[in-house]
Design a protein around this ligand. Structure first.
Ligand code: ADP
Ligand code: MG
Length: 378
């Protein structure tokens, strides 16, 4: 990819620039925990957005997207917002950097990527983080701290792309480190690295390519259930709740709210258990927790769908170590931790069975935990 970008950059702008990249992400465990003040556990992956950039001495940004074969030019004032959605991600990062007192001047750029779009691996966060990191390096002597870079990406989604996302995706893309996952405490925003180099296992996502519409309303309902139970317990969020506390109010809440809260309380603990297991290199426990999360998301939180439950069943049948829905649910991918010797059989079986039942194969996405935002050395 780097060579293609360099060639294209030279052709368009007759010079060379500096190359930056940032990654997509997975979340190993910790789902629907962010708005409950709990933990998430993401890592950056070996799928990324890469951009070559050169300061051009004007007040215009000139950008070419290789994957879309599209070109766009824009100024750096608020009224210069481009119409093309893909360019708004870059414009937004420029604007959010400026809003924070940072410097941004005109630049030329060519970029490309291999993060699958809209598969739940956060190609948009990779794009934002790549440019946020680059503008900090090129124009601001890296004065903006890394967490603020993640917030620049998040604010871009909020203010220029109409996506009301949390901080996890951009955080993972900016902070990602090879062979490490990061436990982010969504309440304090503190983070800690844990080793993740599962020798003898592969990490593979199966994209069901199912997208259920109208996920906003069920999502909001889940949040409301959690808030109701937290209020009943007299705590700010379910982060501070325990199974014992929940048992004490069993009769005072609806069965549905009870089950929602049971999932969230269990999920908080599972992230902590997985971190402990990783410190011991115990990937079997990690896998068990992944299955528990899937069951909780499916039965208690009710955010799965038939296709994802089916992929999870196939994983169990094939002796996969761990498997679960990744992301908010209602479609998208499962994430699977598979022993090397079971990998081929699992992939072949999943493709064949899923295709027979739903008329298309799931997309197979192998991932390795890798570095996040960085400057490419020549
Ligand atoms: P995801 O879950 O992958 O983040 P989004 O819908 O949030 O999905 O973001 C995808 C959008 O990000 C694309 O529609 C496009 O505008 C932009 N994007 C991502 N990757 C690329 C790329 N390689 N080239 C151009 N634009 C990209
Ligand atoms: Mg996105």
């Amino acid at each position: 990819m780097k060579e293609r970008i360099k060639e294209q950059f030279k052709k368009r702008f007759s010079t060379d620039g500096v190359i930056y990249a940032s990654a997509g992400r997975i979340n190993l465990i910790g789902e629907h925990t962010d708005y409950n003040g709990g933990f998430v556990f993401p890592g950056a992956i070996d799928k990324y957005i890469m951009a070559e950039i050169n300061i051009n001495g004007t007040d215009k940004v000139r950008v070419y997207s290789m994957d879309l074969d599209a070109y766009c030019e824009f100024g750096l004032n608020e009224e210069d917002a481009p119409k093309d959605q893909w360019a708004r991600y870059i414009f937004g990062v420029c604007r959010e950097t400026i809003k924070r007192g940072g410097t941004v001047k005109g630049f030329d750029t060519v970029f490309a990527g291999n993060v699958p779009l809209g598969a739940g691996l956060s190609s948009s966060a990779a794009l934002e983080s790549c440019f946020a990191f680059a503008l900090n390096d090129l124009f601001n002597d890296n004065r903006i701290d890394k967490f603020e870079l993640a917030k620049i990406g998040q604010s871009t989604e909020h203010n220029y792309c109409g996506v009301n996302c949390g901080i996890m995706d951009q955080f993972a893309s900016v902070f990602g480190k090879k062979d490490c996952l990061m436990r982010l405490d969504c309440r304090s925003l503190e983070h800690e690295y844990f080793p993740f180099h599962p020798e003898g296992y592969k990490l593979v996502l199966l994209n069901s390519k199912v997208k259920h519409e109208l996920v906003d309303s069920p999502y909001n309902k889940r949040r409301e259930s959690c808030e109701r139970v937290a209020a009943m317990l007299g705590v700010d969020t379910l982060r501070d709740a325990t199974y014992t506390m929940l048992a004490d109010i069993r009769d005072k809440v609806s069965d549905e709210d009870y089950r929602r809260a049971r999932f969230v309380i269990g999920e908080k603990q599972r992230v902590l258990d997985v971190c402990d297991a990783l410190e011991r290199g115990d990937y079997e426990t990690v896998g068990r927790c992944m299955y528990e999360t899937h069951d909780g998301l499916s039965r208690d939180y009710e955010v799965s769908c038939e296709e994802l439950d089916y992929l999870n069943d196939v994983a169990r049948e094939c002796g996969v170590t761990g498997s679960r829905i990744m992301g908010g649910g209602f479609g998208g991918c499962t994430i699977n931790l598979v022993k090397d010797e079971r990998y081929d059989h699992f992939i072949a079986t999943a493709k064949e069975k899923f295709n027979a039942k739903y008329g298309h194969e799931p997309e197979v996405i192998n991932v390795i935990i890798s570095d996040g935002a960085h400057k490419e050395e020549d």
